[in-house]
Structures are given as C-alpha cells and as structure tokens.
Design a protein around this ligand. Sequence first.
Ligand code: ASP
Length: 374
Amino acid sequence: MKDSAFSRRAAILGTAVFPMIRIARGQSRPKPVVISSANRLNGGVNCCAKAMDIIKSGGDTLDAVIAGVNIVELDPRDNSVGYGGLPNEEGVVELDASCMHGPTRRAGAVGAIQGIKTPSKVAKRVMEDTDHLMLVGAGALKFAKAEGFTEEDLLTDESRLQWLIWKRSLRDRNGHSNWGPGIDAPPEQQKSGSLDLRELKRLYPQASDALLAEAIQNAAHPPHGTINCISLNEKGEMSAVTTTSGMAWKIPGCVGDSPIVGGGLWLDQDIGGAGSTGRGEENIRACGAHTIVENMRHGMAPKEAALDALKRVARNFNNDEKRLAQVDIQFYVLRKDGEFAAASLWGPGPRFALCTGDQGSHEEQCVYLYTRRA
Ligand code: ASP
C-alpha cells in the first residue's frame, strides 16, 4: 500500500474508530496503578506502596507520587536522589525535580537546587504558587526558603568520602594527582594516589569494604540515578514526578533530563504518562517522555512506545552498540487505562517497581532493546 493511501485511511479511521475505543474504555473505571523506577534498598517498592495508600484513601494523585518519592529523597542511603545524593565536582549536592498534575494539566520544576532535601516538593510549590514553571540554582533555593523549606547540608559522610576518593582518582598525564600524598611522601605512600582498596582501607579505616569498593567503582564510572513515579486513580486522574541528584561529579550547574518537562517526565491524562532514569543527556536528545506519550496517542502500546523511544536514542549513535554500551537509560510508562511498561536500553537486569490495586507493591523486570554480553 502506498504511504499516501495509508495515511488517508488512517485519517479516516482516526476520526471514526478511536473515539469509539475511548468511549468503550471510559465505561469501565480504571484500576489504580502506581509505577516507579526500582531504586536501591526497596526504594521504588516503598514509594509505590505509599503512593497507592494515598490514592486508595482518596488523596490527590500528585500528592501521592510526591509522598512516595519523598521516602527516597529523605533516605541518605540512596545516593542518587535527594539527601545523601553524590555531589558535583566541587563536593556540593545539586538536585533536580519536576512534576505534572494531570487534572489541572500544570507542571513545575527546579534545577540545580542546593540545600533542600525534597526538591520534588519545591517543584510542586513552583507549580502551585508561581506564574513560572521552572526555577534554577540560587533563585530556586531563595524561593524554597521563602516558602518555608529549611536549608540543610545534603552531603552525608558516605557521599563526602566517595567524593574524596573520586578526587584522589583524578590524575594528570604523568599519573600525578594533587589529591594524592605528594612527591615528597615516602615511596610506599606515593603510589597511593591510585585507587587501591588496601591503601584506601589504611586511609579510611572507619569505612566498610563495601563502601570503599563502591567508591572505587563510582570514581571510574560516575553513576546516575533518579526516581520517577507515575500514578493513576479510579477516576482516571494521573500525575507524575521525577527527582534526582543527577550524575555524580558533574560540573556545577549541570542539569539532566529530570527537571525537563517533556524529557524526564511527561503526562497527558487523556493518554498516559512516561518518565525516565539513566543518562539524561541521551533522553533529552530523544525528548523521551513526550515521545512515548505521543507514540501512545498514535496507537502504540506502552511497551512498543517505550522501545521506540529507546530506538531513537540508539539512532543518535547510528545504532553503534559499542558506543551505546556506555549508555544506561530506562523508561517507565503508564497508560490511562492502567496498562504499563518499563523498558531499558540494555538488559537483562534492570527492574522497576509496581503497585496495582489488587497486588502488593513489588519489582518486575524491564523489557530491553539490547542484550548485554557478559
Ligand atoms: N536522568 C538523571 C540525569 O540525567 C540521572 C539518572 O537517572 O541517572 O540527571
């Protein structure tokens, strides 16, 4: 069939058939669903459970997802979100967050905000209390303080130690690091500028082996991490939030996809919502969350819509799997009828959290585009 013939037919079907589908779906009330990224230490599962409790007791869908992600933002053990997040290259924690409220179709965001443990709540205040959509940096902090938030030091002992170890790993061409012991140190200590577990144990005797091993790994491969959460209630109302400390050791002022409405999250409750975790730069280049919702608007199922967005990410690398091996990115999708999907560029492995009305909050496997070879 020629393209032109196809599009004429699609246009006719579009006006005639899709409204009927919409009406048919509208007749049965959707079951409540909450989906989120998995996060460490059961963060996603706890987030979805909390959001579902609020939805079941009649709370607003945005209040629900924000209360859910607050658990992770306030948990210092999740070093990719909120308090305890790994800092920028100057050792300062900078956070990003965005939210969208389906019923009012409004959105709010903050970028590179320092000193506030729960940037998702500040994003909601931007949405509710200002005529703006996004505040960044010093202005965002000023606004948060004016709104009654307390400014605090977000760096924990663990994240400070990881930052120091990363600094130690920075070497010049001659293999010298100004954060090592220096050339006048005894020969034994001179080589300690490299990240050797035994040497780090000597330097930081109070730190656990697990923390030091993680610090070595994170110094070599700066980690990402974020939580995205999307909800649907029985009235068909939806909301979404994404919150993160962004890439570890980033340049101060760097903002990833999480606070970018359309990138790190997008929601139109006539269709559904989507959000992302992972390398934000690649998501922004594919306008991922918006792309996924538009894919669903044009008939794709959530899984197909998410995989298509991942294919766009891959296309930006000419589908070169070698280069793409360095990219870690996931999408989470919830359609207005409760159908959901989570997809990762690479698998198997990545998981997501889910809570449906009749099933407890739990983790499931993401579908994936490429198979990672061991
Ligand atoms: N997407 C986040 C960002 O780019 C980080 C992540 O999820 O890993 O800031």
